[in-house]
Design a protein around this ligand. Structure first.
Ligand code: WTA
Length: 674
């Protein structure tokens, strides 16, 4: 690990908490020999069970092809369709069962219960539109920029039906962010929505499409068609004018294809299902590429083993489908198992802290899945609120960031009423599904720990020199996966070199090797491995900030700040935050001739919101006379981070300009009243 990253491992290991008898007696995975069966000696053959959870048009002949290592090819020779596996195969037994419960943010609007039959009809109609109206075909990319509405999974599954690669950009991101991703994926079609609700306000979402088209065009990719879903069918809810020849109302197109059926295209297992852009350490977002067969089998198995989903369950994952958690564990995993999945449009605490528990009671949700940020928010807004409602969770998940044992306990005692088993699932966009978690019916929970690696995966923790840190050593290091798995990304879209560099170069001994044993996967996270094999994840080792469970590249935020004319230099550091875990804190210096002012702070703040999105809004914009720098001119982010978090800045005497540190600290302390 570089010297800029030091970890204090002070938190004590917590006591075990055992799952309730009610949970264990009905759990999906109760085989005590599961870990033995899935030991490294049996790799990769145990993944057959995962593949067998799907329906194949043609069965695969080679489980794992490593000839192009580290681009792993799973279930080679197999053919299947993801949309068929998530919808059609359930019709025989479950056509009349709810596939999607859509909960609009406004409580006075009715909840929509969409059966598998209805989902089937709607997906087919949209597939007909994609194929016959937009001329899209297998392998084409389409950028979606949709909020949390049923039209989002419908559009995704319609793409999957035809082998069209969807690239959904988080609805809260700016139009520019969508445009940049459309450019990178070479999308000619953007699918968006006119408006949606957030905190009781109907937001004009379509306004972002113009920005997206402009940005994409500037970068060299023309978006020829913008399709607009209507939040209220037959009504335009966006005041932004449409552009003749480019913009079309999706609902009108769909009306032309009522009840049309489109046969699912039989896809090779190794063809791409979707791209999901995620922040990297350099400015450009990475198009994480996921396969059809490997990905779908992995999320199906994880939904079964770890999420404990059965077709009879009502499952609510409160993430946004615009993140990987939503793709894997709102859409593909639960639907592949034939469960009912809940989609909630808005803010968890709208209109008050009881909203989630009312939804849970109304729909009789029994599996609940959310992030530490949401849990902290709900705990703060309504500590005793869950007591007032009569819902019963059997299982709950936390994902996305480390959870404090105290927050975990509130989740367990108040939200789960001491009955629900909790899994703390650790994983990344790149992984498709979980890396670490306890098996809920077999293993005890430990607050603040993610648990062992999930069955099938094997991990090591390396120190900076590449030596393995043994379990129980009490030292943190880089957590790496020893073996590949079917849900792992295939590569970075159009950038194999960056894929190899980012995830494999660090611990690879022979770049020519086609033996998977030579390619440990670098997660980029620091972790501590306890004597019992449980991992505690500490956070990123690279230049990424985890805001409310979402990865932001510091470089993305910094380049947005640098787009302000007056700004000469910018450095972003994570500031600790009670609710969101961390928030970007921004330090800038100005070009000669400019003076600091509150307007300028606002201007910089606005620029970041506009370019990256409100999620990146900095906690503070600190205009400094100069940045603390090493003699070689590198900005010392560690020092700025200490100032932001009111910690000791340590020894700064080796800096080129040590005196500036005190000036900055005084400015920050004064403004924050410390
Ligand atoms: C962090 C989200 C602690 C980690 C699924 C990882 C976690 C990054 C956990 C990936 C957890 C995710 N405990 N930290 N249970 N889950 N992380 O790609 O730093 O949005 O590398 O995927 O979130 O974020 P991403």
């Amino acid at each position: 690990m570089s010297e800029e990253h030091t970890y204090s491992v002070t938190m004590e290991e917590q006591e075990y908490i055992y799952p309730s008898y009610e949970f264990v007696s009905q759990a999906n995975m109760t085989d005590p020999k599961i870990r033995e069966k899935m030991s490294l000696d049996n790799f990769p053959y145990y993944y057959k069970e995962f593949a067998d959870m799907l329906e194949w048009d043609e069965y695969w002949h080679t489980m794992l092809d490593t000839s192009d290592a580290p681009c792993w090819r799973w279930f080679v020779g197999g053919r299947l369709n993801a949309s068929y596996n998530c919808i059609d195969r359930h019709l025989k037994e479950h056509k009349n069962k709810t596939a999607i419960h859509f909960v609009p943010e406004l409580e006075e609007e009715d909840i929509v219960h969409m059966t598998y039959q209805t989902l089937y009809m709607r997906v087919n109609e949209v597939a007909a539109v994609l194929r016959d109206e937009l001329g899209l075909k297998k392998g084409d990319r389409v950028t979606l920029h949709l909020p949390m509405v049923p039209e989002l999974p419908i559009t995704m599954l319609a793409c999957a039906r035809l082998g069209i690669i969807h690239s959904q950009v988080f609805g809260g991101f700016s139009g520019m962010a969508a445009g940049e991703r459309a450019w990178d994926s070479e999308s000619e079609v953007l699918i968006t929505m006119d408006a949606y609700y957030r905190s009781g306000k109907l937001l004009d979402h379509f306004a972002k499409a113009e920005e997206a088209c402009k940005k994409s065009e500037e970068m060299g990719q023309t978006i020829k068609t913008v399709c607009i879903w209507q939040r209220y069918k037959g009504k335009n809810s966006s005041p932004t004018p449409m552009k003749e020849g480019r913009d079309i109302i999706m609902n009108d197109l769909v009306a032309k294809h009522k009840r049309e059926i489109v046969e699912p295209v039989s896809m090779p297992a190794e063809d791409i299902l979707f791209l999901m852009y995620t922040s990297g350490t350099t400015g450009r977002p990475k198009g994480i590429q996921h396969s059809t067969g490997g990905y779908l089998s992995y999320v199906t198995a994880m939904s079964h083993i770890i999420q404990d989903i059965k077709p009879t369950d009502v499952y609510w994952c409160m993430a946004d489908i615009g993140w990987i958690t939503g793709h894997s564990f709102i859409v593909y995993g639960p639907l592949s198992l034939g469960a009912s999945t809940v989609i909630y449009e808005g803010v968890p605490t709208y209109p008050d802290a009881g909203r989630c528990w009312r939804v849970a009671e109304e729909l009789d949700v029994n599996i609940y899945h959310t992030s530490p940020t949401a849990i902290r928010m709900l705990r703060k807004a309504g500590y005793d609120e869950p007591d007032k409602y009569n819902y019963k969770f059997k299982h709950m998940t936390t994902v996305g960031e480390p959870i404090e044992p105290e927050v975990w306990r509130w989740y367990y005692e108040k939200v789960g009423k001491k009955k629900a088993a909790i899994v703390d699932t650790y994983w990344q966009t790149e992984n498709g599904g979980f890396l670490c978690s306890t098996i809920p019916g077999l293993e005890p929970m430990k607050p603040g720990s993610a648990g062992k690696t999930v069955p099938g995966l094997h991990a090591v923790v390396y120190d900076g020199e590449g030596n393995e840190i043994p379990p129980g050593a009490g030292k943190a290091g880089n957590i790496c996966m020893v073996n590949p798995w079917p849900g792992s990304m295939q590569t970075i879209w159009k950038d194999r070199d960056r894929y190899v560099r980012t995830y494999y170069e660090r611990y690879n001994k022979d770049p020519k090797s086609t033996d998977w044993r030579d390619w440990p996967y670098l997660t980029g996270d620091a972790a501590v491995l306890a004597a019992d094999g449980y991992f505690r994840i500490l956070g990123r080792i690279d230049d990424l900030i985890n805001v409310a469970g979402h990865r932001l590249g510091t470089k993305e935020v910094e380049s947005a700040a640098l787009a302000v004319e007056e700004v000469a230099e910018a450095a972003v550091v994570p500031a600790k935050d009670e609710i969101k875990g961390s928030i970007p804190d921004l330090y800038v210096s100005l070009k000669p001739g400019y003076e600091p002012s509150e307007e300028l702070e606002k201007k910089i703040n606005n620029m970041i919101r506009e370019v990256v999105g409100p999620i990146a809004t900095p906690k503070g914009v600190w205009i400094c006379a100069d940045m603390p720098k090493t003699r070689s001119g590198k900005i010392m982010r560690r020092v700025l981070g200490s100032i932001s978090n009111n910690e000791d800045v340590g020894d700064v005497t080796t800096l080129a300009n040590p005196e500036i540190v005190q000036d900055i600290k005084e400015m920050v302390d004064k403004k924050l009243g410390r």
